[in-house]
Write a protein that binds this ligand. Structure first.
Ligand SMILES: Nc1nc2c(ncn2[C@@H]2O[C@H](COP(=O)(O)OP(=O)(O)OP(=O)(O)O)[C@@H](O)[C@H]2O)c(=O)[nH]1
Length: 246
């Protein structure tokens, strides 16, 4: 699957000359790291993969992926954002972009770099200046109604993943209904029901990634911006104004 030439040989104007950069966003605990681990396990024989994780204060997610042994450790880089997760994937992507470019340079040529956002709310999305495409991960344990709540990630990410469907019976969620609701909120754009415990669903996700990578290589994938998060501001510890996202 990997392209044969180095980035230098291809030139930066060649479609797909650098890796496909794929963002993985979604609320806290929906399974973003697990989705990345599953993709690395399933695709690392056929694709050259790098991973950048984001945590606010730690390198927890990178340590999880290293412990899982899904990739050589040096291909997993942690960015400590030090601020709310959406800041580093949307407002000022510098730290993440540097980490992605370092990986691409150190292991050239890579086929795909997966960038995991820190867990955030339903309105957090990646800037198209950081990633070429993005997944938005929900899980059934967050409640079946979440898919109807919309927002830029659910509405316009390249793919919405409804994760942990193996838990649906335990939490009383009707998976086909949740997928239908998400599909309606996305006006027909793709939604995938996934469980790390069900190989067939992981293979469906891999097939989606392979298709995206093919379109990236041929230059037919056009990155789209799901749009900014809802305007809001952050207060300091005394409740005063700190900064805003408008
Ligand atoms: N049953 C089940 N559990 C899952 C699945 N995917 C992830 N989990 C569990 O869900 C929990 C959270 O998974 P993570 O992958 O750490 O979630 P995350 O979105 O990366 O979490 P943050 O980075 O903290 O936002 C862990 O206990 C996982 O083992 C799944 O498909 N089925």
């Amino acid at each position: 699957m990997g392209s044969e030439n180095t980035v230098e040989e291809q030139g930066t104007d060649t479609p797909g000359a650098r890796s496909l950069r794929l963002g993985v966003a979604g609320p806290v605990g929906t399974g973003k790291s697990s989705v990345i681990a599953a993709l690395c396990r399933a695709l690392s024989e056929e694709m050259r993969i790098g991973v950048v994780t984001n945590d606010i204060y730690t390198d927890e997610d990178a340590r999880f992926l290293k412990a899982e042994g899904v990739l050589p450790e040096e291909r997993i880089r942690a960015v400590e954002t030090g601020a709310c997760p959406h800041t580093a994937i949307r407002d000022d992507v510098t730290m993440n972009l540097l980490a992605v470019e370092d990986l691409e340079q150190d292991f050239a040529p890579l086929d795909i770099v997966l960038v995991e956002s820190g867990g955030d709310n339903l309105t957090a999305t990646f800037s198209p200046s950081l990633v070429d495409a993005q997944l938005f991960v929900l899980d059934v344990a967050g409640g079946g109604d979440v898919a109807r709540k919309g927002g830029p990630g659910i509405g316009r990410a390249d793919l919405v993943v409804v994760n942990k469907v193996d838990l649906a019976d335990h939490v009383g969620v009707d998976v086909p209904q949740m997928v239908d609701d998400a599909t309606r909120a996305r006006e027909g754009a793709p939604v995938l029901a996934l469980s790390g415990k069900r190989w067939g669903t992981v293979e469906q996700l891999c097939e989606w990634v392979r298709g995206l990578h093919r379109r990236h290589l041929s230059g037919t994938h056009v990155p789209t911006d799901p749009g900014p998060m809802a305007p809001h501001f952050h207060a300091d510890e005394e409740g005063g104004y700190l900064h805003s996202h408008v």
